[in-house]
Design a protein around this ligand. Structure first.
Ligand code: FAD
Length: 451
């Protein structure tokens, strides 16, 4: 019978090992995507993510149609929905690329067992990380909690495999299974339609992702090492949402970067860029080993932190970019408008929320989850915990960013602030940076005592 490819965070046809294996079976291919907000522990998507997903699914569908099939859309608890699709289509095999969150793995494991019992072939593949969590081990068989030795260990493993070519044809079955209408999923905002800035900023889908990688490697790689921390420089790849949705494979990014650096000219930048991909790997590994990453402090002594009662007006001022701190407001407005924020500014706004407003990092993580187009269940909580000091290989708590010094250093001519928050310094600052810094350091004493 036909082969079902269950697409998840891998919305691409190039370097997609599950799709490749389906084609190799020689049977018609049914490409399936399941919108699952019901399975236990699966985190419902945020608003910006839903916007991206809509367009990425439309793009994948168009690419499959050019190749002789289409994308089948279903919604509901994935274990049930996939099993039903298998039965209705009398499929002989189901293929997918692996996921690393606990809830997602539970779904996949249960489904695999059930299908195999029914005699359906099931196979899964590595596609969204370069090194799978169980393959990277310390000398004593443990997992790493510090980045530098982690990445060194990854680099000592056999190099990531070469990317698979893009298939020219994806032949579907004579009669395609029923599919939902993408518009009926209502992934796009309507009332109000807040997505104008996203539409202006992004083109979701695999072809645009590939063009972005090419443009970055051809035009920007050389300046990456020197300019990556300057939010106005446009020096970074903007690949994060593309990697989040799997529109481009990390294997493709890896090999094309290595090739681009072969001339030797951009070696330092390429090295730095690949190690940023390494942080992405490290976040996924950390989630694999610590599934509660979005809820619980990785370092338990941080449970003793005396968070004051939440002041909603403070949280809202931060969310809306009305703190009166120019760099913070610029970042939060860039996020609101575009679904993205530069990494340096993410660190500054996160530090400000946690340490100057003394608001629990989880509130910030939730806001980012809802507003970022690249939010994923590993990198978002991982980075929030990194800034909070409670995470893996985290910045020490007492290192509190001063947003004014950060602006002077990384936005010296004020271009970034002028673009996003030109009016910011006309208003009062909602907190005194020095006083709140002192209060945060005093509160941190409780964590030190708990250690
Ligand atoms: P580039 O500099 O071009 O880097 C290339 C790739 O490396 C990125 O696309 C990304 O996949 C990876 N990368 C770079 N920096 C990091 C990092 N610090 N941690 C993990 N991977 C990294 N990144 C996400 O992908 N999803 C998130 O939900 C997310 N939440 C964050 C929350 C906070 C509080 C902070 C401080 C950072 C967060 N990041 C997150 C990491 C980082 O800010 C973005 O990956 C980066 O800004 C994306 O821009 P780029 O693709 O141009 O990066």
């Amino acid at each position: 019978g036909p082969s079902i490819v269950w697409f998840r965070d891998d919305l691409r046809i190039a370097d997609n090992p599950a799709l490749r294996a389906a084609l190799d079976r020689g049977e018609p291919v049914i490409s399936l995507y399941v919108l699952d907000a019901e399975s236990d522990g699966v985190r419902p998507l945020g608003g910006a993510a839903r916007w991206w997903l809509h367009h990425s699914l439309a793009s994948l569908d168009a690419r499959l149609r050019e190749r002789g099939s289409l994308l089948i859309l279903r919604r509901g608890p994935a274990e049930r929905v996939v099993a039903e699709t298998v039965r209705d289509a009398a499929a002989g095999a189901v293929l997918w690329n692996r996921r690393y969150g606990e809830a997602e793995r539970a779904v996949d494991t249960a489904l695999k067992a059930g299908l195999r019992e029914d005699g359906v072939e099931v196979e899964s593949f590595a596609a969204s990380v370069l090194f799978e969590p169980w393959t990277v081990r310390t000398g004593v068989g443990d997992h790493y909690s510090v980045f530098t030795p982690f990445w060194k260990a990854c680099l000592a493993l056999p190099a990531p495999r070469a990317p698979l070519p893009e298939p020219r044809e994806v032949p579907g079955p004579a009669r395609a299974p029923a599919t939902d209408d993408l518009d009926e999923w209502s992934l796009l905002p309507t009332d109000p339609d807040w997505a104008e800035g996203l539409r202006e900023t992004w083109e979701p889908g695999e072809p645009a992702a590939r063009r972005r990688l090419r443009a970055f490697l051809d035009d920007d790689l050389g300046s990456y090492d020197a300019a990556r921390d300057e939010p106005a420089a446009g020096a970074t790849s903007l690949l994060s949402p593309r990697l989040r949705w799997g529109e481009i494979s990390p294997y493709t990014v890896w090999h094309e970067t290595v090739d681009a650096a072969r001339s030797g000219r951009h070696a330092a930048s390429a090295h730095r860029f690949l190690s940023e991909l390494g942080w992405r790997e490290f976040a996924w590994h950390t989630l694999f080993h610590f599934p509660a990453l979005a809820d619980k402090n990785l370092k338990p002594e941080f449970d003793a932190f005396p968070w004051p009662r939440l002041r909603p007006t403070m949280l809202e001022a931060w969310q809306r970019g009305r703190t009166g701190i120019p760099l913070v407001d610029a970042g939060m407005r860039e996020l609101w408008r575009t679904g993205y924020m530069h990494n340096r500014v993410r660190m500054v706004v996160a530090s400000f929320l946690i340490k100057n407003l003394m608001i629990d990092w989880r509130r910030g993580e939730e806001w980012f989850w809802d507003t970022l187009v690249d939010a994923d269940t590993a990198n978002n909580p991982f980075n929030w915990q990194w800034v909070a000091g409670s995470g893996a290989d985290a910045a020490p708590y007492f290192r509190i960013f001063n947003p004014e010094l950060q602006a002077a250093k990384f936005d010296p001519d004020g271009r970034y602030v002028a673009r996003w928050a030109p009016d910011a310094d006309e208003r009062d600052q909602i907190v005194d940076l020095r006083e709140t810094r002192q209060a945060a350091l005093e509160a941190y004493e409780a964590v030190k005592r708990a250690r």
